[in-house]
Design a protein around this ligand. Structure first.
Ligand code: SF4
Ligand code: SF4
Length: 377
């Protein structure tokens, strides 16, 4: 297993982190249970193969994940890092924060949590709940008492909010120590902020390294990008994340032993991408996209469409299909978009507004027609 310095936390973190949101489950009379024997086996295998970062949350696996993880690690608890999260809602006061923390400690069967996250926050939640309700101070107090070792956050918002969260916390005298955010070969929007926070000394963890399974499909993407013999897209996706010199760990939600074995092998491989190769790959991804016949930057200037057609989303699916060769994931993405009520070319009233606003001067209507026909039929 490869290890990295986890920001300036003083910890060494394994390049692969174990995401505990997909433990095998079964049901008895509509009630869900985690298959503890299988979880014990998977977690023990991961630990024996060097994984030392295990990330759970109170609601994962029908609220059973924390207890299942606690059970699986009880013989080596102090040799690993446990990460879990505090749900933040309008009603979260310091007392509620403490209650959530104590519940997680009990479920995990431990007297401390190594990385305790403000869970899935955005700028609004940070300003109006975390800061306004004094939760930063509540976290600092819990740290002082040794109940948590490091204060962290997981993030879902526009990347610019990351800087605001980290800098504002610092101004309040409470340093964020690690960040968990979305990052993968297809979604690099947080890349600049990962660099920023890493330079400030935070540990950085990526969730979704295989883009929700979209990068699990077989393609010749690597060979297309580098001219070298292809490797599995899955492996490319992992190595791309791990090649980012500012990223400390890629978290994978593993659901069976085979997956743990496969991921542990990739994260232990010493043929990982060098920073230079990583940079070249990123550039090659952009180039391949840029020179495709339909280069949508995702800027959203064409939005809103009076018929509610999410043009950048549809063109994103087309990039997956046509540029990266991820045909099935692209079709699935469109099927989900449509089943969630998303509008397509069939709903277009041909007003032409979108084309007047597109800086890429794309023939949006013509392309929408073609793309929807291929991806939706
Ligand atoms: S031309 Fe069609 S897609 Fe473009 S803004 Fe008008 S309705 Fe929307
Ligand atoms: S304005 Fe053009 S480039 Fe920007 S998202 Fe819309 S279609 Fe894509």
């Amino acid at each position: 297993m490869n290890y990295r310095d986890f920001g300036k936390t003083g910890e060494k973190i394994s390049a692969l982190g174990f995401g505990c949101m997909r433990f095998p489950e079964y049901k008895i009379e509509e009630k869900s249970f985690v298959d503890q024997d299988k979880v014990d086996e998977m977690i023990a295998f991961a630990y024996e193969n060097g994984v030392n970062y295990f990330d759970t949350a109170p609601f994962y696996c029908n609220q059973n994940s924390e207890a299942a993880l606690g059970h699986a690690v009880k013989n080596f608890r102090n040799k690993i890092l446990i990460s879990t999260k505090c749900p933040i809602g309008n009603e979260t006061t310091p007392d509620k924060y403490r209650e959530n923390l104590e519940r997680s400690l009990t479920r995990l069967g431990t007297d401390h949590i190594d990385f305790y996250h403000f869970w899935g926050i955005n700028r609004n939640c940070f300003d109006n709940i975390i800061v306004a309700n004094g939760l930063l101070e509540a976290a600092a107090k819990a740290k002082e008492e040794g109940l948590i070792r490091h204060i962290s956050f997981s993030f879902h918002d526009d990347p610019s909010a990351i800087k605001h969260i980290v800098d504002t916390s610092e101004a309040h005298g409470v340093n964020m120590e690690s960040m968990l955010c979305q990052y993968n070969l297809l979604d690099r929007s947080n890349e600049e902020m990962i660099k920023y926070v890493n330079e400030k000394g935070l540990g950085t963890v990526a969730m979704g390294p295989v883009a929700g399974g979209r990068l699990a499909a077989p393609t010749d993407l690597y060979s297309k990008l580098t001219g070298k013999p292809s490797i599995a897209t899955y492996e490319l996706a992992f190595k791309f994340c791990l090649g980012n010199p500012n990223l400390n760990c890629a978290l994978s939600g593993m659901e069976n032993l085979d997956m743990v074995r496969k991921n542990a092998a990739i994260a232990s491989d010493n043929s990982s991408f060098s920073p230079e190769e990583w940079k070249q790959l990123g550039l090659a991804m952009e180039e391949v996209k840029k020179f495709s016949e339909l280069y949508c930057t995702g800027c959203k200037y064409c939005q809103p469409c009076p018929c509610n057609i999410n043009i950048p989303k549809i063109f994103e699916a087309w990039t997956l299909y046509n540029v990266y060769g991820l045909k099935e994931p692209a079709k699935k993405m469109m099927a989900k978009y449509v089943s969630d009520g998303g509008k397509t070319y069939n709903d277009c009233k041909n007003c032409g507004l979108c084309e007047k606003k597109c800086p890429q001067l794309l023939k949006i209507r013509e392309n929408l027609k073609k793309v929807c026909k291929i991806l939706c039929e």
